[in-house]
Design a protein around this ligand. Sequence first.
Ligand code: G3H
Ligand code: ZN
Length: 288
Amino acid sequence: MKNAKYYLEKAQKEKFGIGQFNFSDFSQLRGIINKCAELKSPVILGTSEGESKFVGLQEAVAIRDVLRKKTGLPIFLNLDHGKSLEYLKQAIDAGYDMVHFDGSKLPLEENIKITKEVVKYAKRHGVTVEGEVGRIGTDSSKLYTEKFEIKEEDLTKPEDAKRFLKETKADLLAVSIGNFHGIEISGIDPNLRLEVLRAIKDEVGNALFVLHGGSGTPSDDIKEAIQLGVVKININTELRLAFSGNVRRALNNHVEEIVPYKYLTDAIYSVEKLVGLKIDIFGSANKA
Ligand code: G3H
Ligand code: ZN
């Protein structure tokens, strides 16, 4: 099977996006893979540090292997928002395909220094590295009742992005362009600042960009961002909401039901449906 970088470059050439869908439970994973297999879409499975500790690094790799074998799909595993070199090394040693070092809260100098070390270690193992410049706020378990304000100084500065990519040689760059983790209560987040992405692209050229905080982002903005070089879109909050909401409803509506494979059916279906909608926006069907 071709590696993650191959599919990400294919996405860049053919102008589609690959969904990174986060999971921490096998039923969520089932929903994600069922739909990707049906639509023949490549997929990146994301686990944050917290999610990966719950699932287990080796367990996640073993499940990926079984699902790849069973479906023949290009399924890749990414350690999302890794905060330390040590933990990313553990993920690489366990067999993850990709790692994301999130040094965005560090001074740029420090971010570059650690990302370089991650790249050095990852390259020896054929692992793809995502770095991050600019700050992407908040977290993927939040529903915002008030408008989420993005500070101008948190947006990715084109010159920082250029320096970061030149010095670290990271494969992918996560950018802050008005995106944020979590979702506004209306279900729709404010528009992306696509002019910021254009300015970054003008400065760095044809890099592989990542859009975090994909939940709630207007579809047309995502499509436009893909045209400008975004190849990976991360989705978590919407999946968590769909899955948890359905489990809660099923248990409340059938208080006597204790069989997990019965009360989880609707939740799995809701994940399938959501992943199908996202694949449609990203244009990744039949790209496996
Ligand atoms: O890294 C994961 C994501 O960026 C997910 O963001 O929870 O807003 O979809 P989200
Ligand atoms: Zn993220």
